[in-house]
Design a protein around this ligand. Structure first.
Ligand code: G3I
Length: 334
């Protein structure tokens, strides 16, 4: 009955208007949210902000940059929350959930951490203090506690944290976060873990190991920065394998980039790719939600990083919905 009602609702709104509904459909599929990343400079664009607050599409926001270490603790012990606070305030206006991003990452890290030559116990206490302060300030959130700690071959990524403490910083970060807010959902987040493979196997082993040690890992974030035509065929099975560990799973940074210029054929394939990802999350009960890494090509990170590539988001740079938008709808309806 619920499914029939949802289909009627969708068909009705599709035929009568351009009403957006990515989040409505996600919730009808039993998920907690459909969401998007956003960034502080974007909040000056009024049309952008209007759509960002459209809860038919988005019930969750992730700050793309402002909660990262270089922005929150640029000097030791001196915390600056203004950027993150602005995004939380924006989310609160519309009762949207917030995903804190992130506590510990090798990138966009403050130089005092990388260049401090700290010993093991000092660095562990720095990690604990950073995670604890962030998670306490932003209570009641979902958190990417660890971001990108694995290499593609499944080995541990070298970073100031790994090189100094081995894997001890991982448990320290999670434990500090749990203590700071027992209700926060705590995730480990990474890319290239969408399909089965060495890195996904390493993630499974790591989460198993951490949880066996009593480290409070609640979820695995699967970033999903994908390339048109490149959704791994094993994505559904892989998400299921993560979920079988007893943790939540979330698609945390979805986008599907292409070689420019945009063509109708590429847009059609991109639509299929978005649909495939959504179907995979839908099929796995413990997959709780999907976040796109910004909803419009106007503010996508892709062209700045991959020369000649872009058009990765479900809306184009003029805020017009692309076929990908319909792909997401179809994915939820499957
Ligand atoms: O803030 C400076 C600004 O002062 C300066 O004028 C400008 C000139 O380039 O750079 C600005 O910093 C940029 C920053 O975003 C804020 O806009 C950096 O150059 C740029 O490299 C940085 O990119 C971010 C990237 O992470 C860094 O790795 C992207 O916006 C952000 O979307 C991206 O997000 C990551 C996730 O955190 C983790 N997973 C992958 C994902 C995509 O790379």
């Amino acid at each position: 009955m619920r499914r029939i009602l949802s289909v009627i609702f969708v068909l009705n709104s599709l035929s009568t208007s351009t009403t957006a509904q990515l989040n409505i459909l996600a919730q009808l599929a039993g998920k907690k949210y459909f969401g998007t990343a956003t960034d502080n400079p974007e909040l000056t664009n009024t049309s952008y902000v209007a759509q960002l607050g459209n809860t038919l599409d988005f019930h969750q926001l992730t700050p793309a940059n402002s909660m990262k270490w270089e922005n929150t603790e640029p000097e030791r012990g001196q915390f600056t929350f203004s950027g993150g606070d602005a995004i939380v305030a924006q989310a609160e206006k519309h009762n949207q959930l917030v995903r804190g991003h992130n506590c510990v990452w090798h990138n966009q890290l403050a130089t005092w951490v990388t260049e401090g030559n700290f010993d093991n116990s000092t660095l562990l206490s720095i990690v604990e203090n950073h995670c604890s302060t962030l998670v306490k300030h932003y209570k009641g959130k979902i958190w990417d506690v660890l971001n990108e700690v694995l290499n593609d071959d499944g080995t541990f990524r070298e970073s100031v944290f790994f090189n100094t403490t081995g894997t001890a910083y991982m448990g320290a970060a999670f434990r500090a976060a749990r203590k700071a807010d027992p209700k926060a959902k705590l995730y480990i987040n990474d890319f290239n873990i969408e399909g089965e493979g060495a890195k996904s196997t390493a993630m499974i082993n790591l989460v198993k190991q951490l949880r066996a040690e009593g480290v409070p890992v609640d979820g695995i974030g699967v970033q999903s920065h994908l390339i048109v035509g490149g959704v791994p065929p094993t994505m559904k099975a892989n998400l299921q394998a993560f979920a079988a560990l007893g943790v939540e799973v979330a698609i945390t940074e979805l986008d599907v980039r292409m070689n420019l210029p945009v063509t109708p054929a590429l847009l059609e394939q991109q639509k299929k790719d978005y649909k495939t990802v959504i179907e995979a999350c839908k099929a796995v009960p413990r997959c709780v939600g999907v976040t796109v890494w910004d909803w419009t090509d106007k503010f996508s990170w892709v062209p700045g990083t991959f020369a000649g590539q872009g058009a990765a988001c479900p809306w184009d740079e003029n805020f017009v919905k692309k076929p990908a938008y319909l792909g997401i709808i179809e994915g939820w309806l499957i």
